[in-house]
Design a protein around this ligand. Sequence first.
Ligand code: NDP
Length: 604
Amino acid sequence: MKKFNVKDKVMARWPGSSLWFEGTIVDLNDIEYQVRFTDEGKSEFVVKHRDVKLRTDFHARKRSKSRGRSRSRGRTGRSPGRPSKYYKEPEIVKEEVIQTPTKQLTKQLDSEPFILNTITQTPDVAPRSRVISTDHMTPRTSTPMRQSPRLSTSKDKNDIDGQVNNVKPVTETVVAAPSLGSRMCGLTCRVGSGIKAIIHAFVPAWATIKTVPLIIGMMIMPIILNESCTRKKCTVMEFPSIPRTLQYYYDPLAMGIVGAFLAVQIILYFIPLGRVVKPPNGATARCNGWIAVVLSLASLPLLMYMDYSVLVVYSKYRQLLATSLALMVLTTLVGYIRGAYIPNDAKNPTGNSGLFLPDLFSGREMAPAIKRLDVKFFSFRVTCIAWIMINVIIAVKDLQANPGQYSPTLLMACLLQIFYAADWVWFEETYFTTYEYTRTGYGLFLTLGHASMIFTLPIFTRLILNHRTELEWYYLSLIAIVNLIGYTITRAANSQKHAFRSNPSAPALAHLESLPTSAGTNLLVSGWWGRMRHPNYTGDMLVIISWALLCGFKYALPWVMVALDMFFLVGRTFEVEAACKRKYGASWESYTTRVRYRLIPRVF
Ligand code: NDP
């Protein structure tokens, strides 16, 4: 229950510790407050409601802990004045105690912009004050991963939700001089939040108003893109003639195909093979997606043998897309209703504003589970498998239409998309440490995104199928190299982060440096994540460029899709970084000081 409002002065527990500091509420939702602490770096953290208290409350409680109180019955052998070994009363820590090392560090930062300050005393040992060991004031450039035995606690293993479950007592914190970028951001952010506050004051329904075009856009965009590229023409210069009546979208056969496909995938999900992952939502996710891929692909020749035309998927493309979008809206609505009955821990902090459309869009629940089925993980896997099958069907259609004259360009385009999707299924465990899994609620943004991916990404291959453009072998080889570079970067980066999040003390990662944060989890500052802040996005951009290159430069549509994807990914870097800044505070700034570029070193 919300007790405070924005701008209230409060006492809040420093994440991961039992220390309490003064702070100001800067944002809030149903389960958490965003608190700006009064330390020199003005760190901001998201803190659970229960960890925020009135300042007066706090002083009263402190007084009651007087040494003179009488010994309570049943407690023997320990003086009443002595602090309990197990229970620590929240303590007020005077500001100057923290400021001292910060100032000293700022001096040192002149020579070393990326610096680690260690507060040696764990709150569990003595919560009364923070003692700073001068020993730890020296800049550290070694590998904290190798030095920190605490990272190897069993709690870290398979812990996929660092934000909630990986919180450990803070023994280390990071202070870095604010960079010019962050100072500028400070100003723009203040102006930005000022404008936001004015808009909210004058247009109370602003959150709803801005969500409407997003939802409509996410539903209409895949239809427009697909209708822009038909067998007759493929152009972005004129608005496609989109059928306006429902009968062009509604089709019982399409509904049957979607229903049967989902039913089969649910059965395959429970095949008792593959590594088991236990996400915090109580589901049992088995990483057996590759079996589902193999069996789903095997069903295609079987269906053809039984005289079912699999090409119906191609001829009912529009109806299948419409059915999938409608199904996603339906499941998200169910998720929205379910969101009213879930415990606070399962809620999406940004999806519980109480406003229908914004919450439907963001998702009230973070990662729903139905019995042992992890809905988000399942949805992602189904997306990849459906995408693979559509590309196989496109290749089959080409072979049927032009027997004996297969197109190397089309074949390569299909194979590259199949490879990319199959790779995600093969490494599906890494999905659990993505931003999408850990921080994106089960709302329309996620579900419509999945549905449109299935039908929009094969536009590249459909274009080549419908408007056969044949490329020379050397051009194809060049494209294969671009694709391979992109794939290698994105896979290596995703796997490296996943391995680190799953078990930071794994010997295979011993060569990497990491930065301890006050949130308890560390940030990689070397390896792929030390080159740029979103190496996986960079790799993805190269991959999508390679798909567009296969379509040549005669048609604008593939390049419009590349531009849309880049626009989205650049936007996502800001979204992810804002979330990381909220979670890691000053540590994130240290990271951005050290790893200065988001996507392309020395450029952006
Ligand atoms: P990411 O895999 O990029 O994960 C971002 C999270 O990683 C952060 O929230 C943070 O989580 C953690 N992190 C960030 N920096 C570090 C670091 N230095 N060290 C350790 N952890 C760090 O999430 P996405 O869901 O955005 O992307 C997943 C995949 O999907 C990517 O390959 C991406 O390219 C792809 N994708 C493609 C899109 C497209 O349109 N083509 C769209 C979206 C995604 P925490 O610290 O809390 O663990």
